[in-house]
Design a protein around this ligand. Structure first.
Ligand SMILES: [Zn+2]
Length: 324
């Protein structure tokens, strides 16, 4: 954890535009990129590559807040076993917390891994109901376009449950960030999962340094900072070992980019209405490894808010009277 005093120093550094100093870098390499609109490979030490904070907190039965899930009749696949109670999303008026949404995904993945999928919310009548009642997915999943990553199957969910964004290398470029912004700000999904996967071809291509052309080259530039960090944190690594490290760094990079470029994501995190979780799916077993929240999430949100405020002030926008 970073103490409040350290956090204040970080904010002052960001507000003063002096990021990149040794002091800031020593605290968090992620902060180096706070002042730029392009991807600058932040230097992060090996020790910071592994979040010191606990991974995903165990889901709690908290009082619900403002996120409503879709009505969810039980699975009706012919021959399917009746699903466990947890396989279904909540009843029409029930609301899900971020932890409650995460619990549904974790339980669904366990069913998928063990070959006991129940296919909840896939009955034909649900389509008509959702068409009439609208879309209220309980989780946003930003993951790779790889055909071995069928998101609804991996989490054993059905129609209307997940707002899925798929793009090679699970990067957050302009379109992906805009889509996530819609899911958070308009659909009010309480959970955002950024999920990489084993043997990701896009990350492997970025790590290999192979020459890419056209739009693919543009896409791979989003992954390059993650590869650089993986190399710095694992100087001896190469081949598949380097790619595996880069896959995790790339998940953190995408979360960083979403926090940086989406005020809706920052607001959701600050209010507690949104949880942002990293994950990696093993395509051979189907098992999802949960990485937890970005290790510097609170600091990044504060830094990006300060940066946005500074930019607005510089543009003479909505600034109405603080002391600078
Ligand atoms: Zn991939």
């Amino acid at each position: 954890m970073v103490g409040s005093k350290t956090r204040l120093v970080l904010l002052l550094l960001v507000a003063g535009g002096v990021l990149g100093t040794g002091a800031a870098r020593a605290t968090s390499g992620w902060m180096d990129d706070a002042g730029d609109d392009h991807h600058a490979p932040p230097a992060r030490s090996a020790s910071k590559a592994t979040p010191a904070k606990p991974a995903v907190a165990p889901p709690k039965d908290e009082p619900a807040h403002a996120v409503t899930t879709t009505p969810t009749p039980r699975a009706s696949r012919p021959g399917a076993k009746p699903p466990a109670a947890s396989a279904s999303a909540p009843a029409p008026d029930a609301r899900l917390t971020p932890d409650g949404a995460l619990k549904l995904l974790q339980e669904g993945n366990q069913r998928w891994v063990s070959g006991q999928s129940t296919d909840p919310n896939t009955e034909p009548s649900r389509r008509q109901m959702l068409a009439e009642q609208g879309s209220h997915p309980f989780a946003i999943v930003l993951t790779c376009a790889d055909s071995r990553l069928p998101a609804e199957r991996i989490f054993d969910r059905g129609t209307g449950d997940l707002f899925v964004v798929r793009v090679a290398g699970n990067v957050a470029g302009t379109s992906e960030t805009g889509t996530v912004q819609y899911g958070v700000g308009h659909l009010k999904a309480p959970l955002l999962v950024v999920m990489g996967h084993s043997k990701c071809g896009a990350v492997a291509a970025a790590a290999s340094g192979a020459e890419a052309h056209g739009k693919l080259a543009d896409l791979l530039t989003n992954i390059a900072p993650a590869v650089d960090r993986a190399r710095k944190a694992n100087p001896e690594a190469e081949g598949a070992t380097l790619v595996a490290a880069a896959i995790k760094e790339n998940v953190w990079q995408t979360i960083f980019d979403l926090i940086k470029f989406s005020p809706e994501v920052r607001r959701g995190v600050e209010s507690g209405e949104l949880k942002v979780i990293g994950a990696v799916c093993d395509i051979a077993t189907g098992k999802v490894e949960w990485m937890g929240e970005h290790p510097w999430q609170a600091e990044l949100v504060a830094a990006m808010n300060a940066r946005a405020e500074r930019d607005a002030t510089a543009e003479g926008g909505s600034h109405t009277g603080s002391d600078h």
